[in-house]
Design a binder for this molecule. Structure first.
Ligand code: FAD
Ligand code: SIN
Length: 534
């Protein structure tokens, strides 16, 4: 058995920021950070647009950022959490800069070049070209490496958190009655399952875009942490609110992940048009191409269905080439690589699953409903995003919560001991690996079910059909899991099906249309602002 003071599952912005904050506060702690592939492969690395923060204190202020976030969240965000994230945000961004992250500046080389994205009333997005996430991840990995007490484990797959119910079962569902003692990790180099015990465990496992056919999320985004927590009987919330980014690059053959055309391109002047060059956003929202994402994605979905077409277009032909290439070098090169010159041709785009607004229910200090188990980043539901996330607020949320989690852990950890009587992983009853094709076929089916029946526009009939199909997939996957030698692919299949179920079940519970959840059976918003706790 391997012991750590703090075991952090995930090496994206949430996991690494938590580790750094903890290591800065206490150099005695043994902190292990786990990544299921290489340490840099995560959603964070692909972030393009940037990180939102009130930076220009003359034109912008906290209240404006709070109102924009609440507005995008369609009245379901928790205002106290929004306030925390917006007000603590600039300090945390300054820390990223102090740790070595670079953001673009205007030519005077003093002020940051703030961009604007959909739903923001002011320019407040700090960015590094169109590679903000890669730059932040680089800086965080370098900073983490400077602490001898931060150990990064690559190619370790967390199967499940280790939990036990403690005596005195509490039936209120509010107080935790379960404790977490670490996690079982599959070492992908030797395929042995290791028992990792920890005083505190932090889930920072990111999102779950891979439940859909078209997604901007890399293939690691399989919702493992949310599924693990749900299996451990922790609380998850608001899973029906899946954000589709309006503009992923359309490629007829499909590409996994789909390449993102950042919202910053629309902030820079790119205009959405139909294939035949007609603007259409005026029919849907006065903010046109810069309306919040849920509105733009639905507008595109509606145009595609009405016209029977596969994509709409982003017209950048009127923009200054030198400035465009300076701001969006990766997007420009990617378009050229598939034969589209954005200065001469319109860029074909489609909506793609992009972000999970729901997830592990946590309090303002990142504590889940399970004792000694915290969660940070995209795997969580903090209350910030409500029914729809405002662009570039997720990197911000991760750094703000990482700091709060580290403070809370630092205050408590001296009084916690590592649990000793934990059983090793039991692999009895499992036989030879089954054909990989069974797993890949089930994942394909899951993606189809979710994309056809639980996408941007939903209905009772479609949701019921999805629940039936998911039930069958669940039974088959459990059968495989219980009889087959463990593999990361099999665990991911199981987790993807769990996430698909959580999204669909939550969607079935919401009898209204709000934010990212739109259903033709209840097209209006209710006055009653319930969250969907499972
Ligand atoms: P991730 O960065 O995804 O990290 C997850 C980590 O968990 C990885 O290290 C992974 O290996 C590990 N992990 C997962 N499961 C397991 C397991 N079972 N065992 C072990 N390790 C595991 N947000 C913004 O605010 N601004 C943007 O401009 C922006 N642009 C985006 C562009 C794209 C293309 C995408 C996909 C997202 C974008 N987002 C943006 C969203 C943002 O990038 C993510 O929400 C954020 O990076 C999530 O960080 P995270 O640390 O929670 O998760
Ligand atoms: C983008 O660059 O459009 C993505 C921003 C985000 O998801 O917050």
């Amino acid at each position: 058995m391997i012991q750590s003071d703090v075991l952090i599952l995930g090496s994206g912005i949430a996991g690494l920021s938590t580790a750094i904050q903890l290591a800065e506060k206490n150099s005695e702690l043994v902190i292990r950070v786990v990544s299921k592939t290489t340490k840099e492969e995560c959603n964070t690395r692909y972030a393009q647009g940037g990180i939102a923060a009130v930076w220009d204190r003359i034109k912008d202020d906290f209240q404006k950022h709070i109102l924009d976030t609440m507005d995008a969240g369609d009245d379901l965000s928790d205002e106290s959490v929004v306030k925390i994230v917006v007000e603590e945000g600039p300090q945390r961004v300054q820390e990223l800069i102090d740790w070595g992250a670079r953001f673009d500046k205007v030519p005077n080389d003093k002020d940051y070049d703030l961009a604007r994205e959909g739903g923001h009333s002011e320019k407040r997005i700090l960015h590094y070209r169109d590679l903000t996430g890669a730059e932040i991840e680089r800086a965080l990995l370098e900073k983490a490496a400077s602490f001898p007490n931060v150990i990064i484990l690559e190619h370790y797959y967390a199967i499940d958190v280790i939990t036990q119910h403690h005596l005195g079962y509490n039936v209120t569902r509010i107080m935790p009655d379960i404790e977490c003692y670490g996690a079982y990790l599959l070492n992908l180099q030797n395929l042995e399952v290791e028992t990792h015990l920890a005083k505190i465990t932090v889930l920072a496992t990111g999102g779950a875009g891979q439940i859909y056919k078209t997604t901007t999320n890399p293939i690691i985004a399989t919702g493992d942490g949310i599924a693990m927590l749900y299996r451990a009987k922790g609380h998850v919330e608001n899973m029906e609110f899946v954000q589709f980014h309006p503009t992923a690059l359309y490629q007829a053959a499909g590409e996994n992940p789909a390449f993102l055309i950042s919202e910053a391109v629309r902030g820079f002047g790119g205009i959405l048009k139909t294939k035949d060059g007609q603007e259409f956003m005026h029919k849907y929202d006065e903010r046109l191409s810069l309306a919040p994402r849920d509105i733009v994605a639905r507008a595109i979905d509606s145009e595609l269905k009405a016209r029977g077409e596969d994509y709409v277009c982003l017209d950048c032909r009127h923009l200054d080439k030198a400035e465009f290439v300076k701001h969006f070098p990766t997007i420009y090169d990617k378009c050229l690589s598939i034969g589209i010159d954005p200065m001469k041709q319109m860029i074909p785009v489609v909506p793609a699953c992009h972000y999970m607004c729901g997830g592990i229910k946590v309090d303002a200090n990142g504590r889940s409903s399970i004792d000694y188990l915290y969660a940070c980043g995209e795997s969580t539901c903090t209350g910030l995003h409500g029914a729809n996330r405002l662009a570039s607020n997720s990197l911000l949320e991760a750094v703000v919560f990482a700091d709060r989690i580290a403070l809370d852990i630092e205050q408590k950890i001296a009084g916690i001991s590592i649990k000793s009587d934990i059983p090793e992983w039991d692999a009895t009853g499992t036989a030879h690996p089954k054909e990989l094709i069974l797993i890949t076929q089930s994942i394909k089916e899951l993606k189809e079910v979710m994309s056809y029946y639980v996408g941007i526009v939903r209905s009772n009939v479609r949701i019921d059909r999805a629940l039936n199909r998911l039930h069958l997939l669940y039974e088959e996957a459990e059968d495989l899991y219980n009889s087959t030698t463990l593999s990361a692919a099999l665990c991911e299949l199981r987790n993807l099906i769990t996430i698909g179920y959580l999204v669909t079940r939550s969607a079935s519970m919401r009898k209204e249309s709000r934010g990212l959840h739109y259903t033709t059976d209840y097209p209006e918003k209710n006055d009653f602002k319930q969250s969907s706790l499972l």
